[in-house]
Design a protein around this ligand. Sequence first.
Ligand code: ATP
Length: 654
Amino acid sequence: MTSRTTEQAEQPPEPAAERPGEELRFRPPSLTALEKHPVTTRAMAGRLPQLVCRSLALAWKVDRTAVVALVVCQALSGFFEAFGLLATTGTITALISSGHITDRLRDALPSIVVLAGAAGLRALLGIAVGNISSRLSPRISREAETQMLDAAINAELAAYDNPGFNDKWDAADRGAEVARDLITESQQLMACLSSLIAAAGVVTVLHPALLPLLLLAALPQGIAGMKAARVQYETSRAISADRRTLGLLRWYMVDKDIADQLRSGTMAEFLLKRYRAIGARVDAATDKAVHRGARYAVLGALAGGVASGLVWASLALLLGAGQMSVASAGTAVFALRTVGASLQGMVGYGTRLFRTGLYLDDWAEFIEEAGGHRMRRGALVPAAPRVIRAEGLTYAYPESDAPALDEVTLEVRRGEVLALVGENGSGKTTLSKLLTGLYLPTKGMVTWDGVGVAELDPQAMWRHTAVVPQDYAHWPLSARDNITLGQPHGGDERVREAAVHSGAHEVVDGLRSGLDTLLARQWWGGVELSGGQWQRIALARAFHRPAGLLVMDEPTSALDARAEHRIFAGLRRMAEDRAVVLVTHRLANVAVADRIVVLERGRVIQQGTFAELTGCPGLFRELWELQNDRGVPGNEHGVPENDRGVPAPREAAP
Ligand SMILES: Nc1ncnc2c1ncn2[C@@H]1O[C@H](COP(=O)(O)OP(=O)(O)OP(=O)(O)O)[C@@H](O)[C@H]1O
């Protein structure tokens, strides 16, 4: 320290806002889609049919009739295109032949009728195709979203602790969003293709040299289009982490639950500054991509212009050399324009479809990834458990250095209250999640009546569990649904019973429509509850479940003394027909437990009754003494004692 110069010492510290905010950074996205499908002509040519099939397959799931109608309409449209073009030759031949103009027009009339009829029918088919794809597009996106949701909700809970999981969800979400473009772009590509086949057939009939020349002319723009598509995709992926951060910041700035802290902490300016800085970074990256894309477009257009000039010059030469009649040349002009437009369309829609395909790969990758975490457990349907046992239980979170739980062995039986105690981060919540089968052990076992939880059907197992987590959900539903979780049994009587046990009846009785009241002020103009009132509802929902295992993690952290007393006084009755696991830091409350397990850094260091643990030296007694060391006048423990030296909650009147 003495080596620091005065100048160094006086330098103001770097302002925190200028440093990159690690907590607001997401992992840089991987460009695996690009690695799998590099943007080259060959890759694109191989990929497009695959993508068209994929879009049709997704559409097939949504509406089979519409897919059949779409394909038939496209085929008919191509057929009428060729028909119309061939009729052009007849029209021109009749018009340029010798004779009176009235005779020539009469001769041309049948071809003109065919031409007009074909154009009219094509227009009608175009409208039909547009209609069908507009109907299909949003449904395809929804189908893609549904598949994502299905993958996510059926993934193991541990998947969410994987740092890449949320990133992939985000990229996949964009994939599902753009999936709606898949059918439109595919059908546009198919329309161009059918028109190209029709016109190319006609051009080849007129002169075989014209078609290869035309294909060559379309190449430069095709390459430019692909390069621009790559730049756009890369940029979009590169800024996706920043876009997520912006979304998060927006949410933090308007979220009702922290709006008061934003104001009282005068955070708005700081967050807005960050928002603007990240927004500027996104804008700069977008500008760069737009400029690069424009450069490619200009180069492509220049090369395409030169190539088109060559095609037209060839046509003039053929005409001049007498290798083609004037009528055929006239038809060739129409056909060439059609081929040119179709090729351009194919390149344009093809590159767009390719880009959509890259996003869709992200979507598919997530489904695959979530599929990798898909719950693959047994199918045994358990009864309400009588004994839940952890044996040599070890659990490590993904990418963490030390296990959160290390060789834990304990059991809890029906009719018992087991309390888990320990300092912050000692592994209590993790252990409760393993006992309920939300996580599967890294090593060791959790068994329900002797059967490993991995062998049990998870849904059937969770029907026997009721959990009051530290952060319980404030479901934007009615009070009744908030208690029954949409799974009523025994009618309102059971709801009322659970509410009385938790003290939520006092909350419900004060609501304007009782159990029917919506508890979602910010969304639907419903009623908002206080923190403690919400906790009473969360407790009622756990008491309402006919569960054999009840886990309560800090269940009374927001309750007033009377409400808290009611919960602990009624806990023994609760435990009569179920096993109860209680996690709490308020050690006076664990006196109701039959056994207390003390955890330290993921290991069990003490076990016993309240009297045993307070009666001998160790972490529990130390924490207990600290909790009572407030200088409050009274007895040694600061609470009334019964004859076991245990603070005794009295049975409360409901
Ligand atoms: N989702 C997670 N991903 C990675 N590590 C986690 C995760 N959740 C918890 N941990 C880590 O696991 C350890 C145990 O956490 P746990 O939440 O089980 O502790 P706890 O005893 O319930 O703490 P508290 O008393 O603060 O609620 C901690 O070191 C924590 O950092």
